[in-house]
Design a binder for this molecule. Structure first.
Ligand code: AG3
Length: 281
């Protein structure tokens, strides 16, 4: 295989030049591909869609975790749905104040596979004693869970096929029920420049699920093509979106980050005019 071609959109594709294919499996359920590339390090693609590259995953994973943890200011209990590569977990483990991390992954073999082929993504975080790894369907888990969380992060695939249940109003409602009063929900909402409907319907469903403050912010991940990726932000506390650069810095930004700064955090919530027209805010 000389080039990997991503087949996400009918009229637009990206190609990544392949150095070496490390794993390729096609089952009736999914196609799993891992390869070393010249441009983006090691790449994991599921059903032809890039999920992670070792060269730019830090941008996505830092933005999935740090804005919410720092805006909240006192996260102790964290729930991660999906995220079997361990990137979100790795970023969360940087905070000594986070006492318990529950991660719900539907397939145990995904975790083992990613530890083996993408070790730099979890970077040992699956061994953190604060972690409780639950192998279960995330949508079913949130319906019956009795624990409560300060932050829920949904690191899902796109809303097609098995990941679809993680984009429903019922799922968001259940997540809201698991949050403590000042809690925050962060979700992956796709690239609005190429597919704005995904952001529009996730925002509508999060509102319908009862959240008082629903908004979105951006993570510029080059290999998730289509401009900035939008991340959903839902809570009952509008003040979480108004924390200043100075306050964020004072709360203790972990050392050694590659993308996140308090300035990037504040700027990530700035919405361009065409998206305000499309989404409503
Ligand atoms: N989570 C995000 C996948 C997004 C791919 N979609 C796309 N390019 N539109 C994957 C797992 C990262 N931990």
């Amino acid at each position: 295989m000389e080039w990997f071609e991503e087949t996400l959109w009918p009229n637009w594709a990206q190609k990544i030049r392949v150095k070496e294919v490390l794993y390729h499996e096609k089952t009736p359920h999914q196609e799993l591909l891992v390869f070393d590339s010249w441009a983006w390090g090691r790449v994991l693609a599921l059903d032809g869609v890039v999920q992670v590259t070792t060269a730019d995953e830090f941008i996505y994973h830092e933005m999935m975790i740090h804005p919410a943890v720092l805006a909240h200011g006192a996260v102790e209990d964290l729930l991660i749905i999906g995220g079997g590569d361990g990137g979100c977990l790795r970023e969360a483990c940087r905070y000594p104040g986070i006492r318990r991390i529950t991660q719900v992954e539907i397939d145990a073999s995904v975790v083992e596979f990613c530890k083996r082929y993408l070790p730099t993504v979890s970077a040992g975080a699956f061994d953190d004693p604060r972690l409780r790894l639950v192998i279960a369907d995330g949508a079913a888990f949130v319906q019956q869970c009795t624990d409560r969380f300060d932050l829920i992060v949904v690191d899902s695939t796109d809303p097609r096929g098995p990941g679809e249940v993680l984009f429903t109003e019922a799922f968001y409602r259940a997540c809201r029920g698991l949050l403590k009063p000042r809690g925050i929900l962060v979700t992956q909402c796709g690239n609005p420049a190429i597919y704005p409907d995904e952001l529009v319907f996730t925002q509508q469903r999060q509102r319908a699920a009862g959240f008082a403050d629903v908004s979105y912010f951006f993570a510029p991940v080059p290999t998730y093509i289509g401009g900035n990726m939008a991340l959903g932000w839902a809570s009952d506390e509008p003040a979480h979106r108004r924390v200043t650069v100075e306050e964020l810095r004072a709360r203790g930004v972990p050392a050694g980050l590659g993308h996140y700064t308090p300035e990037v955090h504040v700027a990530a919530f700035a919405h361009p005019a065409w998206m305000i027209a499309r989404v409503g805010y």
